[in-house]
Design a protein around this ligand. Structure first.
Ligand code: OTU
Length: 658
């Protein structure tokens, strides 16, 4: 947008920036800067306009964007242009991701590269390598306590290794996702060290206080994230003799984004990794970016403004790079991280669908889909040019992040229901086959979350203990059912390493002093490659899960109705055990798919007349596009076996070809 004040300011700034930048041919950079500068200026002014050094900081901001543009490799610039032309590319059903720790998966980055063929065998074409930046040996929070944002931790590799991996992935048509931990640094980071040594400049990068006055005020309304291992939100620093805000672990110092220098440094870091070949950046813990006394210090309006500014600036330098919002917050809050715009994502193009994840686990424990349906109905509509990351497990715990009001609407009492779920998944409940452990138990509030691997939570561990073939078969079905839900829902399925072969809990972390206090390590496995070999042995759970998933991924990629164009409609199947929805193909109305899942351990039926004459679906011609077979029908009733799913089409000839 053209607006006089910001436009003339931009012209002045361009005269003042460093001569190295002025002399370059920056045509694409200038067109983008011109397009975004009005918004960048407005946001920067809103956040930092009252400061005396405002103008200096704004010049610095433009210099960072320009310098990183100059450094951006021509091949990445080419990719930026291609993605500009095909800007909905990431909504396609062809994307399927996997998140992994480089060391846990294959020792290091080189190892990961040598295993890309394994990921390709499964159909993965989006690779999320979890934090690779330098972090202290013990106090690392699994890589989320970064002590150097510009280098790869020598234990997993080097910058060269990342470059090679990204090039090698690109050759295979695979995208690379890297983490940016925006909210905090490790206390070993140079900034924290210099703050400790008394440098005011760096003390201003963090929330640091002489006494408890301000911390006490904050504590009145701030929840605790790790109440067992790191209670409270502030840590006393002996050397400084001051209090530091540490929302997560005591060694993770929260950055103060009300200081523009912090914003600019972190933007620079984002662009640095964009230039290393990251296609997508996962922005960690984005809900926490702004702290305000009297609030929970999550989802504050300024946190959104920071993200908008980050997006607007990154678009100028590296427009092809997307953001994933990791905001594990209340359902209505998550969608706001797309940015509250009519169509296009203004903040992050992709967001973790933590609500759907938690609701699926609820449906599994209750064998009932009321809350799942209710929760999905209450999800705000997503922007057109934004998509979900649908996942079942990740390196974190499972938080029961659905809405109390929805729990009530589904007919349960919130406190009791949440307690039931924790009990169920931690194996306390009589009937439970799950082998999880409680995480983040807060005795003051009664809150608790759940740790455990997908397979162990889905009953495979307990079934294997008793060598009960029927139970093993059942849990394999459950695992595939859950995967079918993330492959068909709309959005990008993100698998978690090891789950493709049914990896069980890893109790080895209990022998490690650095890990024993955090049971999330029980589901951060060292990949068992011998177990992975059993995917070739017919009839093993590994083979059934791997092949089932592989097939599911391949079938998904061929179904345009599974792309994410807000083309999903829930169906009330009038059976509380079934979860049913339509996926329509916006470009081919007859290409609709009816997804039907049974969360119960006994067969269920669905009266197909509830569909009305919807799309003239012809029951007689029904075919399950996953198995290639006709589903079982009894008159107008569809028979759905226990823990079974169908992806149904009515297989009429393609009229468009006549
Ligand atoms: C994220 O987690 C990471 O995924 C965790 O591994 C880190 O410990 C944490 O940030 C700190 O860097 O902030 O917005 O319940 O779900 O901590 C969500 C714990 C986060 C995680 C939560 C999450």
């Amino acid at each position: 947008m053209y607006e006089q004040v910001s436009h003339s300011l931009l012209n002045e700034i361009l005269d003042e920036v460093k001569s190295e930048i002025r002399d370059r041919d920056l045509r694409h950079f200038y067109t983008r800067l011109g397009a975004n500068f009005y918004v960048i200026h407005q946001l920067f002014n809103h956040l930092y306009g009252k400061r005396e050094d405002f103008r200096e900081q704004l010049i610095r901001l433009v210099e960072v964007m320009a310098t990183r543009y100059v450094q951006r490799h021509v091949s990445l610039k080419q990719l930026d242009s291609e993605r500009e032309k095909d800007h909905n590319w990431f909504l396609s059903q062809e994307w399927v991701g996997m998140a992994l720790y480089a060391d846990g998966f294959a020792d290091n980055l080189q190892g990961v590269e040598s295993k890309l063929h394994y990921l390709q065998e499964l159909g993965i074409n989006m690779l999320h390598v979890m934090p690779v930046m330098v972090c202290p040996e013990g106090a690392s929070d699994g890589g989320y306590a970064v002590s150097d944002f510009r280098n790869v931790d020598p234990r997993v590799g080097s910058l060269d290794a990342i470059n090679t991996l990204s090039a090698s992935a690109r050759k295979r048509g695979m995208l690379l996702i890297l983490d940016m931990v925006l909210n905090h640094t490790s206390d070993q980071h140079e900034w924290a060290q210099r703050a400790r040594a008394g440098e005011q400049k760096y003390q201003d990068y963090y929330y640091i206080f002489d006494n408890r006055d301000v911390p006490d005020m904050f504590e009145e309304t701030m929840p605790e994230i790790f109440p067992e291992s790191s209670p409270g939100n502030f840590t006393w620093d002996e050397q400084m003799q001051k209090w530091v805000m540490t929302v997560f672990n005591s060694y993770q110092w929260d950055l103060d984004y009300s200081n523009p220098a912090v914003f600019i440094e972190m933007l620079d870091n984002n662009l640095f990794w964009a230039n290393q070949g990251a296609d997508i950046l996962r922005l960690d813990a984005v809900a926490f970016l702004w702290k305000k006394i009297g609030t929970t210090c999550q989802n504050e309006r300024e946190a959104h403004l920071i993200l908008q500014l980050m997006k607007d600036c990154c678009q100028v330098t590296a427009p092809g790079v997307l953001f994933i919002a990791e905001a594990i917050v209340a359902p209505v809050e998550i969608a706001k991280y797309f940015g509250e715009d009519a169509v296009i994502a203004k903040e992050c193009e992709i967001a973790y669908n933590a609500t759907y994840m938690a609701l699926l686990w609820d449906a599994l424990a209750t064998k009932n889909t009321q809350l799942l349906r209710q929760g999905i109905q209450s999800l705000p509509t997503k922007l057109d040019r934004a998509t979900w990351l649908n996942y079942l497990r990740c390196h974190d715990d499972i938080g029961l992040g659905f809405d109390d009001a929805d729990i009530v609407r589904a007919g349960y009492q919130p406190l009791a229901h949440r307690q039931f779920l924790v009990d169920y998944f931690t194996g306390q409940y009589d009937d439970s086959i799950a082998r999880g452990q409680p995480f983040g138990v807060n005795h003051k509030t009664g809150d608790a979350r759940i740790s455990g691997s997908l397979a162990s939570l889905a009953g495979l561990e307990s079934a294997m203990e008793t060598s009960d073939d029927l139970e093993i078969e059942k849990s394999v079905k459950v695992i595939l059912l859950l995967h079918s839900m993330i492959c068909s829902f709309g959005g990008i399925p993100l698998l978690y390493y090891g789950d493709e072969i049914g990896t069980l809990n890893n109790y080895g972390y209990m022998q490690d002093d650095n890990k024993v206090g955090d049971n999330r390590w029980m589901h951060r496995p060292n990949m068992d490659w011998e177990k992975a070999e059993r995917r070739h042995q017919h009839g093993t759970p590994e083979q059934q899960i791997f092949d089932g998933l592989k097939k599911m991924i391949a079938v998904r990629k061929g179904i345009p109705a599974f792309a994410d164009f807000n083309n999903r409609e829930l169906v009330d199947a009038e059976n509380p055990h079934l979860f049913v929805f339509w996926r329509t193909d916006p470009f081919m109305p007859l290409g609709s798919i009816l997804v039907v899942c049974n969360f119960d351990d006994s067969p269920q039926y669905m009266d197909l007349t509830v569909l009305g004459n919807r799309g003239m679906f012809e029951y007689g011609n029904l075919r399950d596009i996953f198995s290639g077979e006709s589903p079982r029908l009894f008159k107008d009733q569809l028979v759905v076996p226990p823990f079974h799913f169908y992806w149904l089409t009515d297989e009429r000839p393609d009229v468009s070809s006549f």
